[in-house]
Design a protein around this ligand. Sequence first.
Ligand code: SAH
Length: 455
Amino acid sequence: MKFKAPVTKNETVTATIVDLTYEGLGVAKVADYPLFVANALPSEKVKLQVTKVGKNFGYARVLQRFNDSPDRVKLPDKVYMQAGIAPLGHLSYSAQLKFKQQQLRNVYQKNHLDIDVLPTIGMDDPRGYRNKAQIPVRQVKGQLETGFYRRHSHQLLPLEDFYIQDPAIDHAVVVVRDLLRQYNIPAYDENRNRGVIRHIMVRRGHFSHEMMIVLITRTKEIPQAQKLILNILSQLPEVVSIMQSVVPKATNVILGKTVKKLYGKSYIHDQILGHTFDISALSFYQVNPVQTEKLYQTAIDAAQLTGEETVIDAYSGIGTISLSLAPHAKYVYGMEVTEAAVADAKRNAKHNGIHNVKFEQGLAEDILPKWQAAGIKADALVVDPPRKGLASSFIDTVGKMQPKRIVYVSCNPATLARDLTRLQEFGYKASQTQPVDMFPLTQHVESVTGLEREK
Ligand code: SAH
């Protein structure tokens, strides 16, 4: 029998929201068929218009809301939801923290993992936290604009206050935008792959207040570059570095593989847990400096080091976790694929006078077997992989290396649960997971899980 959805496109229905998806969309059910709805919270009765009908689920938008959830808060501007900047911005912060704890519980339950999930560690003020921005530059209605894409589209919504970014970064974007307008430097045109300025990237040290501006361009040449640079420097005294990254092709990738220096240093400084770090344009660096210290402290505690251990920090970036662990360990080995980040990590160790660390560049799934073959025995292993989680060959090597403890720092509950299940097969048991809110007002869930090898 051919399945037929109980609703049709454009139909209006009235329903009560019963759940929230992991992306923060409300769930309404019509004869068991789920409709996903933005800006709708559990217990809210809403009049909906169906916008999309799929085989197993559909999408709808709210035409009218009959009651407010007790967890609903007012966002200062609905553009933040349209742009996906603050997809959970309509949910009270305490409810967001519970939502994130629940996401982990749900995924553990689905995977039959018996691991306790602690209450999420949140921020005192969950706004203006981001230390980095990558802002698209486009021509809108005859004028160069900076802003944010409407969700699931390439339509730029002009915006000056990004709400979750460091306000000094918002200000810098406006200054650069106005200078681009003043000197008639063309915005990138996506449809024809023409124009010059694709994105403005800004990074600012939370403690140092040093700022880096990266101009991401289609062309190598930037018209009026000298005037632009001089004016940026005079109007933004925090800027210590101006870089350029050229991305000639039509692509969704924001940053190129290389950067060129236009002014100053090729990195900025910042501090974490008392150590100073050089951060270059291409290196990964945690975007929420206040929460990063809490995240790392949680990871250090979970490693339960006495000062005698050999530790491996896989996916080490610029060495921030490695250097935070080093004072508590005998020796720390870091591995990381991005060359610029490894160079930053080595410099960072030296500048902080830390000598019991070593960094190697390469894929974690290649380096771990190499180290294992070379006889390196880790007592503890810290992993902080990207969203796709650990390669299964990496986990196989962990099974051979048999570190006593593993600390898993995760930004994706789904791959975390998958990897914890595999690690369990190798005798590793986790008792609890500590979520730390690194991305307030968004659906992203970061967590730390300590595992111990069973005898
Ligand atoms: N622990 C660091 C970085 C975490 S982000 C911090 O807290 O800042 C994940 C890092 O893994 C990035 O630096 C990315 O470049 C790196 N990476 C991604 N895939 C990798 C792989 N297969 N092998 C090694 N490093 C990888």
